[in-house]
Design a protein around this ligand. Structure first.
Ligand SMILES: NC(=O)c1ccc[n+]([C@@H]2O[C@H](COP(=O)([O-])OP(=O)(O)OC[C@H]3O[C@@H](n4cnc5c(N)ncnc54)[C@H](OP(=O)(O)O)[C@@H]3O)[C@@H](O)[C@H]2O)c1
Length: 275
C-alpha cells in the first residue's frame, strides 16, 4: 500500500524538494499550500519529474484557523487515514503583521497553524498507524514571551524575536506531542534542514539575505533526509527527537526541553486555537 503523506510549504524550496522526493519514493502525496494559482503548477511539475501521478492538492492558509479547518474537512472527505504529516511551511516577516484575529503573523503561521493542522489530523494519523509527524524547525534558543503569546503588544523581529520564538515553539510542540503520542503508533519528531537556499529570509536586511544565499546548500540533501524520516522503517521507533539533515540526532537548548514550559505552550495554544 502506498503511504499517504500530507506536506505543507510545497511552493517553497524545502517543501517542494521533499514532496518530489516523497513522490519519487512511491508515496501518495497531498500538497498543501495557501496559493491556489501555484499549486496546480507544482503538482504538474512533480508528477512530470517523478512519473508519480498519485498527487493531490489542498488549499489552506496556515495563518488562518478557519482556513485550516476547511482544508481538514476536505481532506477527511477524501481520506480515512494518513501515514504522515510534514509541517514545512513557515514565514519570516521584518515588520509586525497580523492575521484576521490580530495575532502576530509568524506566531500564527509558524506555530499556531501547524498546531491546529496536526491536532485536527491526529485521528486520521492514528487510523493510518504506523504514521509519522515531522515538523521543520531550527536550533533556536529564543525564549517565548508567554505573557503575550499571540504577539498582541510588543514586536521584535528576527532570530531573537518573533521568528526565533516561533521556531522554539516548533521544538517544544514536537516534544510535548511526542509525550502524548507514546505507544499510539504515531510518532512526532522535529527536523533541522541546515542552511537551505530559499526566499525565506527575503525580508531580512539585504546583506544578511545575500550572505545566506552564498553559504546555503540546495534543498535536495535535507529533502532526502526528511523523506527518509517520513518513510524509512529504520525510524519506526524514533519519537521526540531533533534530527539534522545529515541523519544525526541533535540536542536543542535546555530551555526547549523544559516540560513545564512545553505544557504551558500547549495549553495556551489550545486556548487560542479554540478562541
Ligand atoms: N532555509 C533555511 O536555511 C532554513 C534553515 C532552518 C530551518 N528552515 C525551515 O525550513 C522550512 C522551509 O523553509 P524554506 O527555506 O523552504 O522556505 P520557503 O522557500 O520560503 O518556503 C516557505 C513555504 O511556506 C509557505 N507559507 C508561508 N506562509 C504560509 C501560510 N500562511 N500558509 C501556508 N503556507 C505558507 C510558503 O508558501 P507561499 O509560496 O504561498 O509563500 C512556502 O511554500 C521552514 O520551516 C523554515 O523555518 C529553513
Amino acid at each position: 500500500m502506498k503511504k499517504i503523506i500530507l506536506i505543507t510549504g510545497v511552493t517553497g524550496s524545502l517543501g517542494k524538494a521533499t514532496a518530489t522526493e516523497l513522490a519519487k519514493n512511491g508515496c501518495h502525496v497531498i500538497l498543501l499550500s495557501r496559493n491556489s494559482d501555484k499549486l496546480p503548477k507544482v503538482k504538474t511539475e512533480i508528477a512530470g519529474e517523478t512519473g508519480n501521478s498519485d498527487i493531490e492538492t489542498v488549499v489552506a492558509d496556515l495563518s488562518e484557523p478557519g482556513s485550516i479547518r476547511n482544508a481538514v474537512t476536505e481532506i477527511k472527505s477524501r481520506h480515512t487515514s494518513l501515514n504522515g504529516l510534514i509541517n514545512v511551511a513557515a514565514i519570516f516577516k521584518s515588520q509586525r503583521v497580523e492575521n484576521s484575529e490580530g495575532y502576530e503573523y509568524m506566531f500564527a503561521t509558524n506555530h499556531l497553524g501547524p498546531y491546529i493542522l496536526t491536532n485536527e489530523l491526529l485521528d486520521l494519523l492514528k487510523a493510518g498507524k504506523p504514521s509519522r509527524i515531522l515538523t521543520v524547525s531550527a536550533p533556536s534558543t529564543t525564549k517565548i514571551q508567554f505573557d503575550d503569546l499571540p504577539g498582541l503588544k510588543k514586536f521584535s523581529g528576527g532570530f531573537l524575536g518573533a521568528f526565533g520564538s516561533s521556531k522554539m515553539m516548533n521544538l517544544m510542540f514536537t516534544y510535548a506531542l511526542a509525550r502524548r503520542l507514546k505507544d499510539t503508533g504515531v510518532t512526532s519528531n522535529v527536523f533541522h534542514p541546515g542552511l537551505v537556499k530559499s526566499d525565506l529570509l527575503k525580508e531580512s536586511p539585504k546583506l544578511m539575505y545575500g550572505f545566506f544565499q552564498i553559504v546555503s546548500a540546495k534543498p535536495d540533501r535535507a529533502a532526502k533526509m526528511l523523506c527518509s524520516l517520513a518513510t524509512n522503517d529504520k525510524y519506526d521507533n524514533l519519537n521526540g527527537t531533533f534530527m539534522k539533515y545529515n541523519g544525526k540526532k541533535i540536542k536543542s537548548s535546555d530551555y526547549s526541553y523544559d516540560e513545564v514550559l512545553q505544557e504551558k505552550l500547549w495549553l495556551l495554544s489550545e486556548q487560542l486555537a479554540l478562541a
